[in-house]
Design a protein around this ligand. Structure first.
Ligand code: HEM
Length: 124
């Protein structure tokens, strides 16, 4: 997902905005499915994914930072995709949202890298 989003940022830099739009939209949709389906919901209803070990720092601050940055990233990503593609009703001008897109990308990068660190047990 991070690879796809990073490739998508590269496309924006190369001014290939149509391709950028599709890669980032796909990345955000995937992130919603993964975050809500595999982390948010299981956490809220107290379910453990079979075969996945409990994070070694469960309840630790890295998990909290991962969750907070992840929620911000997904929220900003969904807001940008809905606003800029016009699906959300009003069509927003992408240029005005460059900062938010950069912020969303940064949050995704932090959340995903932390998630990898937690899963690998590096954060123990
Ligand atoms: C889905 C609808 C999207 C459209 C139509 C869109 C369109 C654009 C456009 C037109 C720019 C260039 C702005 C300018 O140079 O003035 C841009 C830049 C950028 N977009 Fe998006 N974007 C979308 C979604 C996203 C998402 C979801 C992310 C991140 C998760 C993202 C990350 C970025 C970044 C980081 C830049 C800045 C690239 C740079 O530093 O030059 N975009 N986008």
């Amino acid at each position: 997902m991070l690879v796809a989003l990073t490739a998508g940022v590269g496309l924006a830099r190369a001014r290939k905005f149509e391709a950028h739009k599709w890669t980032q939209t796909a990345g955000v949709i995937l992130s919603v499915v993964v975050a809500v389906g595999f982390m948010g919901l299981p956490y809220l209803i107290g379910l453990r994914i079979p075969g996945e070990p409990a994070p070694s720092v469960h309840g630790g601050w890295l998990v909290v930072v991962h969750a907070v940055t992840g929620i911000l990233a997904v929220a900003a990503g969904v807001f940008v995709v809905l606003g800029v593609t016009g699906v959300g009703g009003h069509r927003l001008e992408p240029r005005n949202f460059k900062r938010l897109m950069r912020g969303a990308y940064l949050m995704y990068a932090i959340a995903i890298l932390l998630g990898i660190a937690i899963r690998l047990g590096l954060a123990a």
